[in-house]
Write a protein that binds this ligand. Structure first.
Ligand SMILES: [Fe+2]
Length: 280
């Protein structure tokens, strides 16, 4: 990790931490996001070390990627500031509303920063959490004429998206985050016990990432995490998932809540099939 990148990252973090530190929930949120950012960078570096495509990229590409990985969620600090000002942390429902688009906030915070005003970084900041269509439709990036810059921009965005997902799998497995996150903590018994919905299963069967807005049960939420298998981009990311047993972990939690054995087998078979193709 480049020292000047970390120094700037801390500079971006500090004022928001100072602003919200007296509110325990806010402080926990920004601290978690700080740790997540460092972890996304570390996982991104591991993917790059192991992936045949990324191994061949230039030092310039890798340096831009390092910035995109570390700063992708910097808008989360500003988001926490806004939530703090609006007293939204006291209202659990607001956590689901996603009132702010933190990717856009990351982009806004960094677009005029020397060394960051590069489409290859900015596209990753803005679109790391969106459906890829939104990136393809964004004129600022789709109008880039230089084919190599365009390729690098897409490759860095996909790299950040992979590292972000793997970092989330990591905390789900090692920090039991699936049962600590706001969705689990605030859901009703009804949602906890509800079966997989037809809508979620249809998206999964079509090989699509399940849209958060269509989730109606905890089983759906788990299937949504499993459906990320369709949205990883680098072979090394699949290899790491297979080695770490992330999908097995998610299938085991799903089996706890999903009482339809036939559906459980259906989902597990598809996951194993995808993994055998993509990690091989
Ligand atoms: Fe993010």
């Amino acid at each position: 990790m480049k020292r000047e990148n970390l120094k700037l990252f801390i500079q971006k973090f500090k004022p928001f931490y100072e602003e919200v530190k007296n509110d325990a929930d806010c402080r926990k949120f920004v601290t978690k996001k700080y740790r997540h950012s460092i972890q996304v960078l570390q996982i991104g570096e591991e993917i790059a070390k192991r992936d045949d495509l990324l191994k061949n990229e230039s030092p310039e590409f890798l340096a831009l990627g390092e910035k995109a990985l570390l700063f992708h969620d910097v808008g989360r600090f500003a988001e926490a500031g806004k939530m703090y000002e609006g007293h939204l942390f006291n209202n659990h429902d607001s956590l689901f509303f996603k009132k702010y688009d933190h990717g856009v906030m990351s982009y806004e915070m960094m677009k005029n920063e020397p060394g960051f005003d590069d489409v290859r970084i900015l596209a990753a900041l803005k679109h790391h959490g969106h459906m890829m269509e939104k990136f393809y439709e964004d004129e600022e990036f789709s109008s880039v004429k230089n084919a190599e810059i365009k390729r690098e921009m897409t490759a860095i965005l996909k790299w950040v998206r992979d590292a972000d997902k793997l970092a989330n799998f990591y905390i789900q497995k090692y920090e039991d985050n699936l049962k600590k996150d706001p969705f689990f903590v605030t859901m009703s018994e009804e949602v906890k016990n509800a079966p997989l919905s037809e809508g979620a299963l249809a998206q999964f069967d079509a090989g699509k990432v399940i849209l958060t807005s269509t989730i109606t049960s905890y089983c759906d939420r788990l299937l949504c995490c499993l459906s990320w298998i369709f949205d990883l981009n680098y072979k090394a990311s699949y290899m790491i998932c297979a080695e770490q047993g992330y999908f097995e972990m998610l299938l085991a939690v799903l089996a706890e809540y999903n009482h339809n054995e036939e559906l459980q087998k259906h989902v597990a078979d598809r996951i194993h099939h995808e993994l055998s193709i993509r990690a091989a």
